[in-house]
Design a protein around this ligand. Structure first.
Ligand SMILES: [Fe+2]
Length: 164
C-alpha cells in the first residue's frame, strides 16, 4: 500500500522542485500579463463618447459593463475557470500548459494583425515574447518530469534517414 501511495503521489502531483518552480514563476507572471491587458483595454476605452462606443461596435459591452474592464473573450464569452484544464497528471498537465502558451501566442499574433497603434503593439509584442519563453520553460519542465518518472519520450524517435 505504501508503494502504491508513493507512486501515486509522485505520478499525480508536480513531482520535482524545478517543475514546481516553473509553474509558480509562470503562473505569477501570467497574472501580471492579465493586468497589462486590462490596463491596455482601460487606456483604450477611457473617456470614449457614446458615438465612439457605437462606432467601435461596443454597444452590447457598454450596456453590460460600461467602460469597466471585464474579462471576456473577443466574442463576449466571460472568462471562467472552465478554461483552465488540470488532469492531475504532470505529463498531461504540462502538455496542456504547452498548448495554452501556443494558443496565447496565436492570439497575440491575431491581436497584432488588428492594430496599428504603436502603444498597443509594443506591449503585445512583449507579451508574445513571454509566451515563447513560457513554452520553452514548460518544455524543459516536461523533460525534467519525464526523466524523474522515467517515461518514454513519445516524440523523441530517431528521424528516418530520408529526413536527415
Ligand atoms: Fe504564458
Amino acid at each position: 500500500m505504501g508503494a502504491i501511495l508513493r507512486y501515486l503521489s509522485q505520478r499525480f502531483t508536480m513531482v520535482t522542485p524545478q517543475a514546481k518552480a516553473t509553474l509558480n514563476d509562470i503562473g505569477t507572471e501570467e497574472l501580471a500579463h492579465l493586468e497589462m491587458m486590462g490596463t491596455i483595454v482601460s487606456q483604450l476605452t477611457q473617456g470614449l463618447t457614446d458615438k465612439q462606443v457605437r462606432e467601435a461596435g461596443l454597444e452590447a459591452y457598454y450596456v453590460g459593463h460600461g467602460l469597466g474592464v471585464y474579462p471576456a473573450s473577443a466574442a463576449g464569452v466571460p472568462f471562467t475557470a472552465a478554461y483552465i484544464q488540470s488532469k492531475g497528471d504532470p505529463i498531461c498537465d504540462l502538455y496542456e500548459d504547452l498548448a495554452a502558451e501556443q494558443k496565447a501566442l496565436a492570439t497575440y499574433n491575431y491581436l497584432l494583425d488588428l492594430t496599428n497603434d504603436p502603444d498597443v503593439i509594443a506591449p503585445l509584442k512583449f507579451l508574445r515574447e513571454r509566451e515563447i519563453v513560457h513554452f520553452q520553460r514548460f518544455g524543459e519542465a516536461l523533460d525534467i518530469v519525464r526523466d524523474y518518472l522515467k517515461e518514454e519520450r513519445v516524440f523523441s524517435i530517431k528521424k528516418p534517414d530520408c529526413m536527415m
